[in-house]
Design a protein around this ligand. Sequence first.
Ligand SMILES: Cc1cc2nc3c(=O)[nH]c(=O)nc-3n(C[C@H](O)[C@H](O)[C@H](O)COP(=O)(O)OP(=O)(O)OC[C@H]3O[C@@H](n4cnc5c(N)ncnc54)[C@H](O)[C@@H]3O)c2cc1C
Length: 805
Amino acid sequence: MKSHARAVVIGGGIVGCSVLYHLTKLGWKDVILCERKELTAGSSWHAAGGFHALNSDLNVSKLQAYTVRLYKEIQDLSGQDIGLHFTGGLNIAATRDRWDLLRADWARHRVLGLDTRLVGPAEIREMCPLIDVSEVIGALYDPMEGHLDPYGATHAFAKAARQNGAEIYRHTTVTELQSNADKSWNVITDQGTIVADHVINAGGLWAREVGQMAGVELPVVAMEHHYLLTDDLPEIESAVHEMPLILDLDGEIYLRQERSGVLLGVYEKEATPWALNGTPWDYGETELLPPHLERLTDSLEKGFRRFPSLANAGIRKVVNGPFTFSPDGNPLVGPVPGAPNFWAACGVMAGFAQGGGVGLALAQWMIEGEPEGDIYAMDVARFGSYATRPYAIARAREFYARRFQIAYPNEVWRAGRPTKTSAVYPDLKASNAVFGVSYGQEVPLFFASPGTIATENSTVRRSNAFPIVREECLASRHAFGLIDISSFGKYRVAGSNAGAALDHLLAGRLPDAGQIRLTPMLSPSGKLMGDLTTLCLTPEEYIVSGSGYLQGWHMRYFAAHLAAANATIENVTDHYGGFAVFGPKARAVLEALTAEDVSNDRFPFMTARRMAVGLSPAIVARLSVTGELGYEIYIPVLQMSATLDELKPLLKRYAGRWVGMYALNSMRLEKSFGIWSREFSRDYSPHAAGLGRFVDYKKPSFVGREAALRDRDTQPARRLVTLAIEADGADATGYEPIYRADKLIGFVTSGGFGHCVGTSLAMGYVDAEVQRESEELTVTLLGEPRGARLVHQALVDPSGSRMRS
Ligand SMILES: Cc1cc2nc3c(=O)[nH]c(=O)nc-3n(C[C@H](O)[C@H](O)[C@H](O)COP(=O)(O)OP(=O)(O)OC[C@H]3O[C@@H](n4cnc5c(N)ncnc54)[C@H](O)[C@@H]3O)c2cc1C
């Protein structure tokens, strides 16, 4: 056994072996994998081996497509047969909503370059002789789906890694991890100790236990899952082609051909977590869990109505095995916050669809400093300390049980809520708020009418919120709107060196004392890492604010790049709650709460200061994402409620109203203001995203400067635009394709209805040469082409006079 290595991967399942292979592929040869038993001894050996590229997150989809494309290459490289069957796959719709969603997905696949197509019942029946199509509307067919031999695929990655120089130690259990001052790790195994610069947790079913060895609690939960193998079926025996993978969510069943029978599985509603007190170290390799077919009965009965011949098929084998879920079902990948050089590659629910992509992204991150694309949807930092063990269990159970239900774009899931609430949550509730969740915290989406039930109907079209959000927007533009902004991310940077440290971290020019500036943050390769707002209280104290759900992500990046003596950064999001008031009456509201002179002359746009608001010491920033005259008022959490008591009478006096995030989204679209994860993300550079004007290219040094200069001098292929769409009952949600005649010229990043301008709006990236407002464009909404046109000027107050008034 070697005593030193650049990296040690813990776990020889499909994910660990893929990580090992990709590390060697990208150039690290001095890498080791430790496996407790034999390779595949966790979940991997008993997987059904199905793979597909489709995922509701488009960046995860890209990585899944990469995984699928990789299999042939890895088989050829390693010489290991992986039993690859590219059968194609059918995703069946038997309800109108499911069909609408599949058609919308199909349109989005044009943007991704996936070769999917929509097929009707007759063609479905031709591909699958077992199905009764009497209730089927159609299906989405993806030729890139299929199945493989899990053992072969795992060993193929392992062999290819070995060929590149990696070493694999089987029957070597990692029992302890000790961190060293130089950020290396002592990886203590039952066969000896390896000192590693980096450790990767690919422990699968044991990932939580491996995390605990490094002092971190990862939100992964193992769930039981069954599939059945049938005896041979005459319809399959006589078929000319292999049957495609079938995912029939309305029928609550999935299946694929296995020899001349089928492998069929369900996601039972009675989701059952496994080994809640810790995965036993002696589990695995050949063991399975006792079957509980009674849990499957309801779903199977439904499935057999669609596939009648399965009802009488003999069952050859029943598999009940565990595999892990994160709270949202996506993997946990990347540098684990709080544990330097300890990397996560776990919580991978679909290892044979995602393992290749996870391995690639992680290896890029470790070796090149960042993954190529935006993989926030898989980033381990997307969960914070709120994601406790009970939270993770509740969420994993809900995710599992809902696998076969429609996930509506406007749906907020129920499990693990409420776990984190604003200090004025009871008031928000009493005002009939309908809540969403951001980084665990309940945030108001809109306020249902008094006397009605506070709920939003789940739909692919406009919901019952639509007319209410209109009222919220109109009140904001004509009187004032009030929103709880406690969930916004807030970071305090302080110390004698605070300015210099921030100046290096942020690409924008820092504000002077009392000023506010928009300050993009870049990665070393010049991609956007944050659309932050920086507020300077004194040259030694700054408040940086950004999207609240990115707190863990931001803090990890700050820790890595804000390395200066005499400068500290602290996440104060949970210390400061806050309200934003915006609209023509916003100043009158603030004046009623403070003795300070807040006239435009004394307190102009993009300035900030400390002042007493009501009885509370507050930091007040004069800006608003709505484009109205507005203020963000940050207040110590314990004083939020008292301040609200003083604010409430003003709602009546100035005809204001509570508003939620939906109204904010509508109003920012009317102003063509982009937001993070949509218009701005690691997928874009500042120049293409229209943020170049906030980058101070003259600064001698900042993270990403060289790349930013190159970006500035390059004409981007696509640019960010706003579109007005002739929508009918449904607005764009994101990634819908944009066409000029038949040519795909771009895609939507976000959309909604502009209630104050009376039109459906979207933002998106289009080919740079598409310039004229008169161009006739279309955007595909729920599968239907809708006329669209570019809007060059903000539709509300294009000169920005209101926010400066
Ligand atoms: C019934 C069933 C059907 C499935 N069907 C599919 C499917 O069709 N398609 C699909 O994509 N996915 C499927 N899955 C899910 C798939 O099996 C998992 O996503 C995948 O196996 C996860 O791989 P992994 O490498 O992360 O974890 P694992 O396979 O659990 O591997 C982790 C490895 O780490 C080792 N290990 C852990 N701790 C240590 C330590 N301290 N020291 C040394 N070694 C350690 C373990 O021995 C183990 O070999 C299915 C799962 C089940 C249960």
